[in-house]
Write a new protein. Structure first.
Length: 282
């Protein structure tokens, strides 16, 4: 009887968790649904009361306005350049740094990891003014490197933390076997460690790309010229003093969200594997 009650109790908790998960999913999905649907409505229909669940007439005018009149294509290209460059640099540096911090290869690794953890939660707004002044002196304002360099600096601590935790789960016997076979440390890194660390790299890559793609504050401060603006800043500046083109804003937001959704769906298994491996083995 006691076991039966315990099982029933667990089942009740599981049902509560399932219901809670469904509610959270609906709360999350509803704004996304409204965003996508509204991007195909006219401005008059968007402002209509009561609102319509589906567009009365499906129209791509908002997308034409966003890409042609508001130069969304230019902003997307800038975001791709900045996000891809930042991700590639962070992946390379995080892989080597994470490897150096595993297995007692580097003295003071615990202190370094503590500092990295502190830096990973450091607010960018606290150093926004110094970054602006430094980049103005170096002539990096209104340029892609002007965003790539601070993005690398802010994303690298978290990336190193993830990679170190993941690489710590790789058995040291594999490295030792590679050394016995006469492989140099660099050869061991590229031939042995790199293939085994792909889930961790995918996790870091997706997080870094997403953070660089959606960052707003630095992008708004560093690059003021239209030819170097990224998507978040470009969409925010769709509005003018006298009008707010909600339809174009919705269309631009959908266009900005699609690459991230596709990226997460493609690498979702690797992301989960990289995060859980780092949490369990780190």
């Amino acid at each position: 009887m006691a076991r039966t009650r315990i099982r029933r109790g667990w089942r009740r908790w599981i049902n509560v968790v399932n219901v809670g998960g469904v509610v959270i999913a609906l709360v999350t999905a509803l704004p996304l649904y409204w965003l996508v649907v509204s991007s195909f409505k006219t401005n008059a229909e968007i402002a209509a009361s009561p609102p319509t669940v589906l567009p009365q007439e499906w129209s791509f005018d908002n997308y034409v306005t966003a890409f042609v009149s508001n130069e969304l294509a230019v902003y997307m290209v800038n975001s791709v350049v900045v996000a891809v460059a930042t991700t590639v640099i962070v992946l390379g540096l995080a892989l080597f740094a994470g490897y150096a911090l595993t297995g007692g290869k580097l003295r003071g690794s615990t202190a370094i990891m503590t500092v990295l953890l502190m830096l990973s939660v450091f607010p960018a707004i606290a150093v926004l003014t110094p970054i602006y002044l430094i980049e103005r002196q170096l002539g990096l304002l209104n340029s892609h490197p002007g965003l790539i360099l601070p993005y690398v600096a802010f994303n690298l601590p978290f990336a190193i933390w993830i990679m170190r935790n993941y690489l710590a789960g790789i058995p040291t016997t594999i490295e030792e076997a590679s050394e016995i076979d006469g492989a140099s440390p660099l050869r061991t890194m590229f031939s042995v460690i790199l293939p085994m660390s792909k889930p961790g790299l995918f996790t870091v890559g997706v997080f870094t790309f997403t953070a660089s793609w959606s960052e707003f504050l630095l992008a708004l401060t560093i690059n003021s010229e239209t030819s170097f603006r990224t998507i978040p800043v470009g969409i925010a500046l769709f509005s003018t003093e006298f009008s707010v083109p909600f339809g174009a804003i919705f269309a631009g937001s959908v266009s900005a969200t699609v690459p991230i959704v596709v990226l997460v769906l493609i690498f979702k298994r690797s992301i989960v594997s990289g995060l859980t491996s780092g949490a369990v083995k780190g």
